[in-house]
Design a binder for this molecule. Structure first.
Ligand code: NAP
Ligand code: COA
Length: 267
């Protein structure tokens, strides 16, 4: 259970779908949403990961369904989103957390490696938004996409991720404008380094972790719970007048530019 910093049952009667909901930040968001009364649908490629998260939600008394598919496969994703809406009485909230990342210098990154990340992160986010639109537009709703500080801060070995995440931030603003009249709010969250995640084990393995932590202005990594709480805020009535924005949750990391990453990555 997450510590309760909001009124209980903030999402009672709501239906939410989380891509990348089988692990890490996406799983944390799904668990918090379920704790607040939402019926939660989980999308990802690995059924076992989705099953593990869904079981934890059900054991805690929540409702969760799993819909294994690849966000790059539009017909499969559209079917998954329609199935989730059928199962849970429509759709009110979409969270895009599915992503891929690895460290690679631009000079040796293959065209397919660049495309794989842009396809999963940016195209996958558009695919989910596009397929969810039919449901969200029926009664209004909200979308939150997880970007990253690399969207703005030039970061070595991350050109593929930076390009994809910057695209999501711009997509967020464009969709927010186009869909506002239908009562759909579209926002994003840009986390900095988050403790205990696959993302950080890929970006700062071993000794690099302590090195990076010591440079974060707030002196530590963030937690999955902190990102989940911010996501809950963005889909709650408390943010009814917020759309198009990207919220940084990075302990101030982006304020000091690429310095920590340059050191960590030996630049
Ligand atoms: P994670 O646990 O690996 O989460 C990513 C999820 O996306 C996985 O469950 C993965 O499951 C799923 N996924 C990957 N490719 C997919 C595809 N093609 N189709 C469907 N699902 C796919 O990593 P995380 O660190 O928690 O990252 C979650 C989000 O936070 C990402 O958007 C990441 O960019 C962002 N973020 C993380 C950090 C951090 O410090 N960790 C910082 C900034 C931003 P399958 O492989 O089973 O599909
Ligand atoms: N360095 C350089 N290139 C790499 C790489 C690495 N570490 N890992 C993969 N690639 C390249 C591959 O070589 C391939 O290019 P090629 O055909 O020119 O050789 C391309 O990326 C696609 O690889 P593939 O394994 O087919 O991709 P995939 O679609 O199965 O997997 C990834 C996508 C590569 C992003 C994989 O890391 C993944 O599934 N990640 C999900 C989890 C994750 O990254 N979590 C952290 C989120 S922040």
């Amino acid at each position: 259970m997450f510590p309760n910093v909001f009124a209980p049952n903030l999402l009672a009667g709501k239906s939410a779908l989380v891509t990348g909901g089988g692990s890490g930040i996406g799983a944390g968001i799904a668990r918090l949403f379920a704790q607040h009364g939402a019926k939660v649908a989980l999308v990802g490629r690995t059924a076992q990961k989705l099953e593990t998260t869904a079981s934890a939600i059900k054991e805690a008394g929540g409702v969760a369904t799993i819909h294994p598919c690849d966000v790059r496969d539009y017909p499969a994703l559209e079917t998954a989103i329609n199935d989730a809406a059928d199962a849970n009485g429509g759709l009110d909230v979409l969270v895009n957390s599915a992503a891929g990342n690895f460290l690679a210098p631009a000079a040796t990154l293959s065209a397919n490696g660049f495309r794989a990340v842009v396809d999963i992160d940016l195209c996958g986010t558009f695919n989910a938004c596009r397929a969810a639109f039919a449901h969200l537009s029926k009664r209004g709703g909200s979308i939150v996409s997880i970007t990253a500080t690399q969207a703005d801060v030039p970061t070595p070995l991350q050109c593929h991720v930076g390009a994809a995440k910057a695209g999501i931030a711009k997509l967020t603003r464009d969709l927010a404008l186009e869909w506002s009249k239908l009562g759909i709010r579209v926002t994003a969250i840009a986390p900095g380094p988050i403790e205990g995640t696959e993302g950080m084990s890929r970006l700062a393995p071993g000794d690099a972790e302590q090195q990076l932590k010591s440079r974060v202005p707030l002196g530590r990594y963030g937690t999955i719970e902190e990102v989940a709480n911010a996501t809950l805020f963005l889909v709650s009535p408390a943010s009814a007048y917020i759309t198009g924005t990207t919220l940084l949750i990075d302990g101030g990391t982006s304020l000091i530019g690429p310095g920590p990453f340059l050191e960590m990555m030996g630049f």
